[in-house]
Structures are given as structure tokens and as C-alpha cells.
Design a protein around this ligand. Structure first.
Ligand code: URA
Ligand code: SF4
Length: 243
């Protein structure tokens, strides 16, 4: 157990949960970095692409994502939306994918759900862009805002992976099921996962409801508030450990 994990444990925040048994994504690397090809024939090209993305800096990542046509979501997007915020952020919030307004403006969470996300951030004294980075599981808008499919989140995951490696956040908050499943590479039920600390490659990860869901299910806002308090407490624990 790492020192960080043992202090988190003392605070009642650990263990870090690792979900390994039910891989949700066919082609991405596992938390351990072991490739899990969908089919042997598809593996080398996918591996090569993942390796290429894993070596990119921000500029190359930005230009590659802007021109990416590696899944069918490229067909109807106006522009790909990489993410926004502090590239040395402590906090990383990951949503599902751009909606109409995000597709238009090129920035995540600028529509109604984004307003609620900004309010959620403010509730724990955070602000977009200040020690906070906001990204999405897929960078291109799914038609009619449908949920991204597994092949799409899998195709886009190396970009998110690279963003996380470059940012090195202290804590990741997965907003909703697609974000959580993409990051944890497993089936996730948001309701059952709240209040637990998961592990994404050594980075603590918290699962909560997506703001767009909260706009339709006002009763669950109180639970999201609890989750934010849990996140803030966890961050405080991480800061106390000095890491
Ligand atoms: N919903 C998301 O998941 N992401 C956005 O960027 C906007 C709405
Ligand atoms: Fe490429 Fe991701 Fe856009 Fe698909 S969603 S085209 S993988 S950037």
C-alpha cells in the first residue's frame, strides 16, 4: 500500500476500488496497460495508433483530434472538442461528449448542463480553468446527443488517456455512466458507485451523476452535492499527504 493510500484509508476514504473483471471496452488498454484487442487482426494497427497518441504533446494532440476520423462520430460533428482548462489541473472532470452548443463553440460544457456544472464547481470553490480541467469521453458530438457507443468511446479513449497523462490530476470526477465506464473499463452503475474511491492508473476517481441527468432528475441533486463534498474531502486528504 502506498503512503497516500494508507492515509486515505485512515481518513476512511480508501480502499481504492479496482474494477477489472468485466471489461466494457473491446479495444483499449486495461488499467495495467495490457492491450485487449477486439480481434487479433485489428490489434497491431490499434496498438500503433495508441502508441502514437501516447507520445503526443498538447499541440499535436490538439491538431490530431481536430482532424481525427477514427470513428463515425466525425461524420456529423462541426468540430472536435478536446477539452478546456488548466493543463496542470488538480481536478479533472470528465463528461460524456459534446452537445450542440459545445459542437458549435468548441468548448465542453457550455450549454445548460455546463451552467449546472459551473454551479457545482462553484459550490466547492472551484472555477472552470483554475486548477480544473474539463474533458469528455468522446471528442465529437454524437448525433442527436445519443449516448456514445462502446466502439466510439474505445476509439476516442487514447486521447483522454493522453490528456490525463499530460495533466496528471490529483483527482478525477467521472460525470455519469459513459465517462465512468470509459475510464474504469468496466460496467458501472452510478447509483451504486457513488461515495467510493476508484482507481484510474493510480489516480483516485469518483463517480457522480452527469449534470444533464440532474437537470431532469432534480431529486438527485442532493446526492450530487454529497458526492462533491466527498470529492472535496478526498482532495483535502490528498493535499494533506502532500501529493
Ligand atoms: N455534456 C457532456 O457530457 N459534455 C459536454 O461537453 C456537454 C454536455
Ligand atoms: Fe476521433 Fe474521438 Fe472524434 Fe471519434 S470521437 S472521430 S475517435 S476524436
Amino acid at each position: 500500500m502506498t503512503r497516500r493510500e494508507s492515509i486515505l484509508r485512515e481518513m476512511g476514504l480508501a480502499p481504492l476500488w479496482r474494477l477489472r473483471d468485466k471489461p466494457a471496452l473491446p479495444t483499449q488498454a486495461t488499467a495495467e496497460g495490457e492491450p485487449m484487442p477486439a480481434s487479433p487482426a485489428a490489434a497491431p494497427a490499434a496498438d500503433e495508433r495508441t502508441r502514437r497518441i501516447a507520445a503526443m504533446g498538447w499541440d499535436e494532440l490538439k491538431s490530431t483530434v481536430a482532424e481525427c476520423r477514427d470513428c463515425r462520430l466525425c461524420e456529423q460533428r462541426k468540430q472536435a472538442v478536446l477539452g478546456v482548462g488548466d493543463i496542470e489541473a488538480d481536478w479533472l472532470f470528465v463528461g460524456e461528449g459534446p452537445g450542440a452548443e459545445e459542437d458549435e463553440k468548441g468548448e465542453p460544457f457550455v450549454g445548460q448542463a455546463g451552467k449546472l456544472l459551473d454551479a457545482m464547481l462553484a459550490a466547492i470553490d472551484l472555477q472552470r480553468g483554475r486548477k480544473v480541467y474539463i474533458g469528455n469521453a468522446v471528442k465529437c458530438r454524437p448525433p442527436n446527443n445519443r449516448t456514445p457507443e462502446l466502439e466510439e468511446t474505445a476509439a476516442c479513449f487514447p486521447y483522454l488517456q493522453r490528456q490525463i497523462e499530460l495533466i496528471r490530476p490529483k483527482l478525477i470526477v467521472a460525470l455519469g455512466k459513459p465517462a465512468a465506464e470509459t475510464l474504469l473499463n468496466a460496467e458501472v452503475k452510478v447509483g451504486a458507485s457513488r461515495g467510493r474511491l476508484f482507481d484510474y492508473r493510480g489516480i483516485p476517481l469518483i463517480v457522480t451523476y452527469h449534470p444533464a441527468y440532474l437537470l431532469r432528475n432534480l431529486a438527485d441533486k442532493a446526492k450530487a452535492w454529497e458526492d462533491l463534498c466527498f470529492a472535496r474531502r478526498t482532495m483535502k486528504g490528498l493535499d494533506d499527504v502532500g501529493g
